[in-house]
Design a protein around this ligand. Structure first.
Ligand SMILES: [Zn+2]
Length: 241
């Protein structure tokens, strides 16, 4: 018995010094999965590891503050900044990378709804993958159901959007990820998403343009084929308001 447990203990002792990010990364690589900024990696994180990850990010953030030559020991404004930033990344603004998607109950379309349905504007908050600056805007979702389309509650669209946007994102990729997710959950005949957002990396730095907004869209199924339906959707979203 003792002979068998000893190697296990040695292994866990050796494991002790390995940063938790390395362990998670090794699991993702073993599964041959991608871990880009806007990928969700929740399935590779074991219970309790998110807290360890937060501690690790805090230590690395402390290093960034040191390298910025900020006296975190004597400057009371920044003495807890590393922890606050780590919490903000892991538990708040990038949470959509580290936790499983919201559980959504889908109902069969018993009313046989087959009229264009528009959800929005839903306020979305994200950060750009390039600068980690906020991206804040609105999205509108158009769904063209058929009798087999699953119905989900209106608030659920916002929860799905929050999960997708809660990662460092690229706006064009974010809308495609959201469209894929809604498509998978509801199987509509057509799906349209428009996103309009301010990118703070354009306002705070760079060209320092305070008013520029980026607008992009995805059209799927009947929205691609039927230009009248597409026009109807676009005319019904009060973007200027
Ligand atoms: Zn940017």
């Amino acid at each position: 018995m003792l002979m068998q447990t000893q190697p296990t203990m040695k292994a866990s002792d050796a494991d002790e010094g390995t940063p938790v990010s390395v362990k998670i990364r090794e699991r993702i690589r073993a599964a041959r999965k991608r871990f880009n900024a806007n990928d969700n990696i929740a399935q590779f994180i074991e219970p309790g590891e998110l807290e360890q990850l937060l501690d690790e990010v805090e230590q690395k953030m402390k290093g960034v503050l040191d390298s910025l030559v900020i006296d975190t020991e004597n400057d009371h404004n920044t003495d807890d900044t590393a922890r606050r930033v780590a919490k903000m990344y892991v538990n708040e603004v990038f949470r959509g990378r580290y936790v499983q998607g919201p559980s959504i109950t889908e109902f069969p379309n018993v009313g046989h709804l087959n009229e264009l349905m528009i959800v929005g504007p839903i306020t979305v908050r994200s950060a750009c993958s390039h600068h980690f600056c906020p991206v804040i805007g609105k999205i509108w979702i158009g769904v063209m159901p058929n009798e087999h389309t699953n119905v989900i509650g209106l608030s659920k669209y916002a929860r799905l959007a929050e999960w997708i946007m809660g990662r460092p994102q690229i706006q064009e990729e974010a809308v495609v990820q959201l469209a894929d997710l809604i498509q998978e959950k509801t199987q509509p005949d057509g799906l349209a998403i428009v996103m309009e957002a301010s990118h703070y990396c354009m306002a705070w730095r760079g060209v320092k343009d305070m008013d520029s907004k980026m607008i992009n869209s995805v059209m799927r199924g009947v929205f691609l084929k039927d230009s009248t339906l597409r026009r109807e959707f676009l005319s019904l979203i009060p973007r200027k308001a």
